[in-house]
Design a protein around this ligand. Structure first.
Ligand SMILES: [Zn+2]
Length: 366
């Protein structure tokens, strides 16, 4: 069963009870399971590597079947499946029972090339201090008590989308025992916390983030909670549980600027990088618990006057990755890996994909 197989109301909306029934939410809690691991080479990673964009992945999974979810990628155009170029890089998370999904390095070189000839808006260069070097992770820090802020049902409902058939894709999907394919994303039954490190960011960046989060609230039905600013500067091995800094819950999604001197994945014309971190819920299903967005400071040198700063569009794109969307081979969508600069906001396919994230699994066990 896919999402599109679910019964719909005359308006096209899928009643919540249908979703709930399809997702079998009656399952009770089960113990955390994170002490087994599988270091076998992942052929998916090797295939990506052949495309020149990735390294192999060592899966540190609590379930040997879990990495196969990365192989199921979906895209739709006018109702039919189409192949999608996959540029994901999957690297070891380094935590027992947890692995990091390193998402595509976004070039958007056409945007940069088009805008580099534009006058620089000096106000956008009023960055709030230098980029910080990354802190070392705090080690195997365990995990928070299960079910923090988890409610029995999704916290919100996505806004209706007048989908025009343009494509969307998920990084990972997973099949529940009842046969329903669902995207791998955060639990829609708890808030998604985020924090902003303003070091190296332009003036007004916190407001930019809030603006995009409002858009995502509407598009996904997720509840986003602003944890304020943070001094954390995290690399790819950022600790996902930092109770001293954030309390006894998963660390918030971290949004920060960086540069290629501090983060090699931003080298060249890469405008941003995103990653989310997933854990096994104990039932073989994956749930994202935190994530990170790195925006390249070189974006701040390429601002068109009279238009929205470039980094806001890149932020949209990267946050959609953090939530679970993948690239699509359609230049009219924001989730295209390369943009002309014409489509800098979420488009119909993007919005439809975002709306489906609300059908991700709730996770009282994590
Ligand atoms: Zn991307």
């Amino acid at each position: 069963m896919s999402f599109d197989d679910l019964p719909r109301s005359p308006t096209g909306r899928i009643p919540q009870w249908v979703i709930d029934e399809a997702q079998g939410r009656a399952a009770g809690p089960s113990p955390w399971r994170g002490d087994a691991y599988d270091t076998s080479a992942d052929p998916v990673g090797e295939r990506f590597g052949a495309r020149g964009h990735a390294a192999g992945r060592d899966g540190w999974g609590a379930d040997g079947d879990a990495p196969t979810s990365a192989r199921r990628r979906r895209a739709r155009r006018s109702g039919s499946s189409v192949a999608v170029a996959v540029l994901c890089v999957l690297i070891t998370g380094g935590f027992v029972g947890v692995w990091l999904s390193q998402l595509p390095e976004v070039s958007w070189d056409a945007v940069v090339a088009a805008l580099s000839a534009e006058p620089v808006r000096t106000t956008d260069l009023d960055a709030t201090g230098a980029v910080q070097p990354f802190e070392p992770p705090s080690g195997l820090e365990g995990h928070p008590p299960p079910g923090v802020e988890e409610s029995p049902w999704p916290r919100g409902v996505p806004a209706p989308v007048d989908w025009d058939g343009t494509p969307y894709a998920f990084q990972d999907t997973q099949r529940r025992p009842d046969g329903l394919d669902v995207p791998v994303t955060f639990s829609p039954c708890r808030p998604v916390h985020y924090a902003v490190n303003t070091a190296g960011a332009p003036a007004g960046f916190v407001d930019d983030v809030a603006k995009v989060m409002r858009e995502l609230t509407s598009a996904t039905g997720f509840v986003f909670v602003d944890d304020g600013t943070t001094t954390e500067s995290g690399g790819a091995d950022r600790a996902l549980y930092q109770p001293d800094r954030y309390g006894e819950r998963w660390a918030p999604v971290l949004i920060q600027f960086s540069d290629e001197d501090h983060f090699a994945r931003l080298e060249g014309d890469v405008a941003g990088v995103a990653a989310h971190r997933v854990v096994d819920d104990g039932n073989g299903l994956l749930v994202a618990v935190t994530g990170t967005v790195w925006l390249d400071t070189n974006l701040l040198e390429r601002q068109p006057s009279g238009a929205e700063p470039v980094h806001v569009a890149v932020l949209r794109h990267e946050l959609a990755h953090v939530l679970g969307l993948d690239h699509v081979d359609d230049a009219t969508q924001l989730m295209s890996p390369r943009q002309s600069g014409e489509f800098t906001t979420f488009q119909s396919g993007d919005l439809y994909g975002l709306s489906l994230l609300n059908r991700g699994v709730c996770a009282p066990e994590v």
